[in-house]
Design a protein. Sequence first.
Length: 436
Amino acid sequence: MSGFLPISLGSLLPSNPKITITFLLAGAGAVACYLEYLRRDRNGRCSRNNASAEVESKIKSGNLKLEEAIQYYEAALVEMQREDADYSQRMFVRSMLLRAYEIQAITSPEEFRVRSGLNIAIDGIDSNSLHQIVKQQSLEFGKIEECKALELSDNVSISSGLSDFYDTFDILEDDLSALDLPNFYKDQLFLHQVTEFKCRTNRFELVNLTSPTEYVVKVQCIRLAMDRILKDPVQRDFLLNIGKSQTAQLLDLAGADSGGFCEKYDNIISYVSDTANLSSIAEELLARRVPAINLYDIVIDFCLLDSFDDLDAPPSAVTSVIKNSWITKSVRQGMLSSAVWGIISSKARKCKPGGFLCHFYEVMGTLTPSLAWGFLGDDPILHPICTFIRQNIINCLTQVFNHELTNYNTVNSLSKDIYKVLKTSTEDLQAKLDAV
């Protein structure tokens, strides 16, 4: 294996055993595919049409190993990012992954087309041009001098979109370096071009970003960083407790029953903390287009930001109550609470009994009817606080998504900065609540 690498593996392999094993498996699979493909060339430079059964079997075996290698490389890169591995190590894995894609483009063009998400018809591409691309990349990757003798048969086909796929990596390797983007962000941008990260709603304008792609890539960065935050017991407990105490204090200001909220809050925290419920939670949330079980996707995007969207476009039953100036304030407040409670109850009845969404709507049932008046009504005390809460959350997210204000160089630096922003945000809110 070392004969294929121009540098020592020992100098680049991370110290984490889990990553090391993954890395070695990926390398072994890639080399195996190289050997099978070169053996095919030596055995008469046969094409798929006239290959013997034995050679064809070896070719298929090599292609399967290559696919396995690609999966291992992708897993290794993700794991290295989670473990905050050295940047040069990650760049080496990225380079290896790119080489594997290039080989798959030749040996299994249809699989490559599917992997790269190309939906256009497969056309023939000049084999000499494709050979030059792979030859150059292979020689940079390792000392495979036999590649000089490799001749692709004329019937090798590849999607005409291959050049676009290579252009993507050219941008990542060259132009993005010139832009001096943070390293961790660049890593995730690279993976986004391969796996295409998902988000429920693209909110790039809300957090003052320039494009939908920037938003979804930074969401992935934030997911990994928040996972790290929640792994720290002190930080996790702080966020859980401050969320509970500040919401209870807000309900007290609204004259509502904070005890009922605290009970339901504890119930849902207990439910999500049980790992046996994770698959059920994922299934329920996937039906609501929530792509990941994560603090950002569930609490911030699904719970908070979706609620703000609802406030911007309340149901007609709610609007009619708020705008009816012939009704006294106390009656309007009661009617609004009843209307909101009716909407929540209707949604809760459609949920899986005892599931995550059932627990979620139980929490909302103790919270939303009372606070709806604070956000939508004209209460002189509650409305300014609710308005402050919303703007405080938006400002917090805007800062987190700004890589000039928040450090996106590593997952560790990002998690530290996000926690600082969250803590400052809760301190500002606490000062506001205590001042009432």
